[in-house]
Design a protein around this ligand. Sequence first.
Ligand code: DSN
Length: 427
Amino acid sequence: MSKPRTESRTQAEFLAPLKEIDPQLDNLIKDELKRQRRTVELIASENFTSRAVLEAAASVLTNKYAEGYPSARYYGGCDVVDEVESLARNRCSELFGAEHVNVQPHSGSTANQAVYFAELALGDSVLAMELSHGGHLSHGMKTNFSGRLYHFHSYGLDRATGRIDYDEVERLAKKHQPRLIVAGASAYPRAIDFGRFAEIARGVGARLMVDMAHIAGLVAAGLHPDPVAPGDYVTTTTHKTLAGPRSGVIMCKKTYAKAIDKAIFPGLQGGPLEHIIAAKAVCFKLAATDEFRERQRQTVANAARLAECLRAGGINLVSGGTDNHLMLADLTNIGITGIEAENRLEEVGITVNKNAVPYDELPPTVTSGIRIGTPAVTTRGFREPEMEQICEIMLAALSPHVTAAEIKSLHKRTEKLLAAFPLYPHL
Ligand code: DSN
C-alpha cells in the first residue's frame, strides 16, 4: 500500500503553520501585534480592523485569478468570486447610495489614478488641495504620477481661519478652468461642503471628484455631509475610519461606469485581489450596523474632547478645533518641531505623525505640527475619560521641561491605560 500523501515532504510543508515554516517572519508579525497592543494609536489614517475582516483577507480567495468583472472574466472557475465581488459592490452601493461601484482598486492612490485615467487627457488641468495644506500625494504632488502627468493647480487654506475659502476655490476654478476639481484631504479637521464644490465645478464645466478616504466611516454613519450625491466620482480607501482591509474603492454616476471599469481593468491593474474584495464586503456589512454608527459618533466625540483638552493646555490647533476624527496641532508656540514631538510621544507609548501645518516654514521631514486622530483608539474602546488621560500625558510629554524620569513614568501611565483595553485577545 502506498503511503498517504500527507506524509510526503512537500505536503508536510504545504500544511505546516507559519511559525514552523518561517519562524523569523512569524516572530515579526507577533512583534507588530505586541507593538499595536502596547501603543496608543493616534495616527488619524489608521484603525484596527475586525477579526472577520482579517479572516476574509487571509482566505483561499487569494488563489483565484479573476481578470475582468463578474460574469465577464478572462478565467474559468470564477462563479464563486463573481458572487463575492457582486456582494461587495452591492453592499457598498447600498451603504453610500452610489449608482456604480468598482471594488477592485488595490489602494486609494490607484482609485484616484483610475479616475484621472478615465476622465483626463495627459496634461489636462485639475484643481486640488495643496499637499502642504492637507491634500494628498495623488492630488498633484510634483514628484507623484499625478503631478507629473497632469497639470495640477492648488487651493490652500485661509491663513486666518485655517479653513477652505470656497470663494477662493471658485476664483481659482474660474482662472484655471480645470477639467476636474478634487475635493477631500488627508489632514483637514473641518467638515467639507461638497455641495459648494459641486456648484463651483458646474460653474466652470468641470467634473467633481471627492476623495473621501479619511472620512468614509463618518459619511457611512451620516456624520459628515454626503459627497456621493454631489460628486461625479468618489474615491476612498477602506482601512481608515471605515475600518476595513487596506484597499480602495471608486464610486461614480452611472454615466461614467464603463470608463471607470475600463480604467481599472485593463487600464491600470491585472487580476483583482478577491480575498481583499471579500474583506471589503465584510467591512461594508459591518459599516451598515448601529454598532458601527455608534463607534463613528464616539470617534468624533473623542476627537472633540481631545481637541478641547489640548487647547486648554496651550496647544494651537489649526482652525481652532475639529469637526471630524482628526486635528492638526501647530507646535510653533511651544518650541518643538513635528519630528521632535513624534519622537517624544513615541517614548511615552503614543503614536502620531509629524505633519506640515498650512504655511509651514519647516521642511516636510521636520514640520511644525503633528496630526492626531481618534479612529483606532475608539475602536479599542476609549471614550472621553481616556481621551482626557491621553491629553494629560501628551501635554506633559511635550513640555520643554520634561525630564527622563517623567518620560518613564508617563510611559507607565500609558501602559496601564492600555491594559484595560485588550486588543485582539483571540490572537
Ligand atoms: N497616507 C495616508 C494618510 O496618512 O492620511 C493617506 O493616504
